[in-house]
Design a protein around this ligand. Structure first.
Ligand code: GLU
Ligand code: MG
Length: 455
């Protein structure tokens, strides 16, 4: 990589605006933002070779256990900044965020378990067919506070029923969500609306859709921003699937469509809900739904959200404007025609799940898979013959399903999947040893300790 004039000009402009440090961030397999702060005067010299990190970070679980990577001697990888992602942090304007990807030290290839590199490859695969995947990420989370007197030590910032779709000081006394919304938009995340969600102290900020890599970057940065802004107020924002026994969970819904070479929506059809290409895409997602589940719900806790009446699906199916379905086809047509995947929760790694869903979709397109009949009405109350194949009900079963989907494993990369499953199997083992039987109705202190602060 040669250091282009553009990067130099961008850095000069940032300095002129008072930026003193670049915060180089990259995603691990959990979707956690890792990185280093770099004084701006040293940033350009790092563009070419990147910044070294111990590669075991990609195989380290959320309890500090280096599960994968030690056997190779804890070698380094290098994170190379993508200068096109540089942006001033509005709540800390002396800092600019810059995203990066993990490479081998000699720069000959991406590191095999780098989620952003994976998504880049998947997008290139679509491009080779003249297609541009378009993604709209939709995330929910809880604003919490540590409270020794609360169940599992986790209290809520606002704790009243039925605050859904309210805004203002009553549902957000410190106006944290409003400030996060405005800062997220200034940060370039295309954040266009925010509100209190259905559950007590649950919030949502809506992001516009855009090309897949940019959209995954924005979802990743929104998670980091929400957590960081909450932390500066002494609160804890969590995207874990279901942090409270007495509340439902937080989704990470992914809206997907595909632009064709002329920029038109290839999912649009003049006389149907979705084009043939759109239906094949859904066919692919449903064909791989079982294997996708481990990535969409990558924690022990995720399976306590995906229950009847949660507005998250329990079966691999699709439906017209149906919030009980895995794939919901919203009631919008033409340029807005799309499919919404409702299974994931906010603990999922944005780059990884967008890549995996797009892979499943392109398999459907390439093999011209037809989806089953759509579900009509409440899929939670249908028998399995009508609701579709039941999704794995716990993380261990979901990991089995992922490993059994050999096509998906190959496309995601054997090494990436092996690293992910090894960490996650160890997580399941640790849960079983510490807690015992998995009860989907009860959120344990173990889960809050394991996930709330990280995810
Ligand atoms: N909180 C629900 C979920 O876990 C979604 C509610 C909504 O449709 O916004 O997916
Ligand atoms: Mg919502």
């Amino acid at each position: 990589m040669t250091i282009g004039h553009d990067a130099e000009a961008t850095v000069a402009s940032l300095r002129g605006q008072g930026v003193k440090a670049v915060r180089l961030l990259y995603t691990d397999l959990h979707g956690v933002a890792r990185g280093k702060d770099i004084p701006i005067g040293h940033f350009l010299e790092l563009l070419e070779d990147g910044v070294a990190f111990c590669s075991v970070i990609m195989g380290t679980d959320l309890r500090h256990n280096p599960v994968v990577g030690g056997e190779e001697g804890y070698v380094d990888f290098s994170v190379r900044p993508d200068p096109e992602t540089l942006r001033i942090v509005p709540w800390q304007p002396e800092v600019a965020w810059c995203l990066g990807e993990a490479w081998t030290l000699d720069g000959s290839d991406h590191w095999p378990s780098c989620p952003r590199a994976l998504l880049r490859r998947v997008v290139e695969r679509y491009a080779s067919r003249g297609l541009v995947p378009v993604v709209g990420p939709e995330l929910e989370w809880f604003l919490c506070k540590r409270d020794a007197a609360a169940p599992n030590g986790l209290g809520r910032y606002v704790d009243e029923l039925s605050r859904v779709y309210t805004v203002g000081a009553i549902s957000d006394p410190l106006q944290i969500n409003l400030r996060t919304l405005l800062w997220a938009d200034e940060l370039g995340l295309k954040a266009f609306a925010g509100n209190h969600e259905f559950m007590n102290s649950q919030y949502e900020i809506n992001l516009k859709h855009s090309a897949a890599l940019d959209a995954a970057d924005r979802a990743f940065m929104l998670k980091a921003a929400v957590k960081e802004v909450a932390a500066t107020e002494g609160l804890l924002a969590t995207f874990m699937g279901r942090p409270f026994t007495d509340q439902g969970g937080s989704g990470f819904h992914v809206h997907l469509s595909i632009a064709d070479a002329e920029g038109g929506n290839a999912f649009a059809a003049a006389d149907a809900e979705l084009s043939g290409l759109g239906m094949h895409f859904i066919g692919g997602v449903i064909a791989h739904a079982q294997g996708l589940q481990a990535l969409l719900g990558p924690t022990v806790n995720a399976y306590k959200r995906i229950l009847p009446d949660s507005l998250a699906p329990t079966h691999a199916n699709w439906g017209h404007d149906n919030r009980t379905a895995f794939c919901r086809v919203p009631n919008e047509r033409g340029s807005r025609a799309r499919v919404e995947i409702r299974t994931g929760d906010g603990s999922a790694c944005p780059h990884l799940i967008v890549a995996a869903l797009l892979l499943a979709g392109i398999d459907g397109i390439e093999r011209e898979l037809e989806p089953p009949e759509p579900v009509v009405g409440d899929a939670y109350r249908m028998d399995d013959a009508h609701a579709g194949t039941k999704l794995p009900g716990d993380l261990g079963s979901a990991l089995d399903a992922l490993e059994a989907d050999t096509w998906l494993v190959e496309e995601l990369g054997q090494e990436l999947v092996a690293t992910f499953t090894a960490m996650k199997r160890f997580e399941v083992e640790r849960f079983a040893a510490a807690v015992g039987t998995f009860d989907p109705e009860v959120v344990t202190a173990w889960e809050v300790e394991e996930y709330a602060a990280h995810l």
